[in-house]
Design a protein around this ligand. Structure first.
Ligand code: KG4
Ligand code: ZN
Length: 337
């Protein structure tokens, strides 16, 4: 089964064709990062307009490159939520137009479930139950995955998402948008113990909820207090140390919550997804964390970590297969239904 996936929830216009849920035949993604960088973050109105400008062209480019026509596509999958309303609308309306013109059915996909699914787009699937950690620019959540489509939501951030905290801290440090990769690079060079930033809600008094706004404020106060008195030669070292200390506080908080969940639910594997899953420090610490607890660790390849349409088309295959299997089993059980 070949599915055309469409993803326009934030600042990437992405289209992909995926076969049977795992084989990515092709992806075309146009990132808008350069267009939003002058504003220090994503401008929703601009994002919607840019999706509109490029989506038709990207779809044509993808199908031409793969030598496919509408006859080769079985279903159209599109992200319906969550995301920027104007951006989502472009993707959904484009899908509606295609579905009407091509006479195909649409499968609506939740962006966060698709992020989790991206870890399943490998030949050797994660053993279940799995613990899923979604860390993106807009969301941070911990989920127990009993199966694809069967989830138990354990907790999420009460304020800033991890990626959002990275981007805001980077802005305070005069680093370009998106800040995550910038802080990641600097953290490698810095001292992670120099600034004792808080690890919020990391005690037995709390469940799986997380909070990163206090950490962000602590970093801001440190920058305001220390930066003015620095001589220019020390500025880079200072920024690297702030980046490393901030990043370690984030990692420790995420690992604290993962550890709690591992002890309570005894999962067989741990999946991490979303843009922050690209973070080198987090990947390295998670590797050790999983080795110590004999858990399989699944981190999607880079293209699947950030927003992409392959994960949308991939998950849609499972949705459709489950629906088809249900209908077939009902029909088999009674010829009169
Ligand atoms: O999942 P994603 O591509 O888009 C959303 O759905 O939000 O995530 C984007 C976020 C941004 O906040 C970006 O700064 C962050 O992922 N990010 C990183 C790294 N690469 C991207 N954060 C930390 N370290 C990285 N290497
Ligand atoms: Zn995302």
């Amino acid at each position: 089964m070949r599915i055309l996936g469409i993803e326009t929830s934030c600042d990437e216009t992405s289209l992909a064709v995926v076969q049977d849920g795992v084989t990515v035949l092709g992806v075309e993604t146009l990132s808008q990062i350069k267009d939003h960088t002058p504003f220090g973050g994503v401008v929703p109105e601009l994002a919607g307009r840019l999706h509109l400008e490029s989506i038709h062209f990207l779809a044509g480019k993808l199908l031409d490159r793969l030598g496919l026509t509408s006859n080769d596509i079985d279903y159209i999958a599109v992200t319906f939520a969550p995301g920027l309303v104007g951006s989502l609308l472009v993707g959904v309306q484009f899908a509606n137009g295609l579905a009407l013109g091509w006479q195909k059915q649409i499968i609506k996909i939740h962006h966060l479930e698709a992020h989790l699914y991206s870890a399943f787009m490998v030949p050797q699937k994660p053993s279940l139950p799995a613990l899923g950690l979604v860390v993106s620019g807009g969301h941070t959540l911990l989920v127990l995955i009993r199966d694809i489509g069967h989830y138990e939501m354990l907790g999420s951030t009460l304020d800033d998402a991890v990626g959002e905290a990275y981007d805001k801290i980077a802005k305070l440090m005069d680093l370009p948008y998106p800040g995550g990769p910038q802080i990641d690079k600097r953290a490698v060079l810095g001292q992670k113990n120099r600034f004792p930033f808080p690890r919020s809600m990391c005690s037995d008094a709390y469940g799986y909820e997380m909070s990163f706004s206090g950490l962000k404020t602590a970093v801001r106060y440190t920058l305001e207090k220390e930066k003015p008195s620095l001589i220019p030669e020390n500025l880079d070292v200072f920024k690297n140390d702030v980046a490393a200390s901030f990043q370690q506080a984030v990692i420790d908080t995420l690992l604290y919550k993962c550890d709690k969940a591992v002890r309570e639910f005894n999962p067989k594997s741990l999946l991490i997804c979303g843009g922050v899953a690209a973070n080198k420090g987090l990947r390295a610490d998670l590797k050790i964390f999983c080795e110590e607890r004999k858990l399989e660790l699944f981190v999607p390849e880079f293209m699947l970590c950030t927003d992409n349409a392959a994960m949308i088309a991939g998950l849609a295959f499972h949705r459709q297969s489950a629906a088809t299997a249900f209908v077939e089993s009902v029909e088999a059980s009674s010829p009169y239904i």
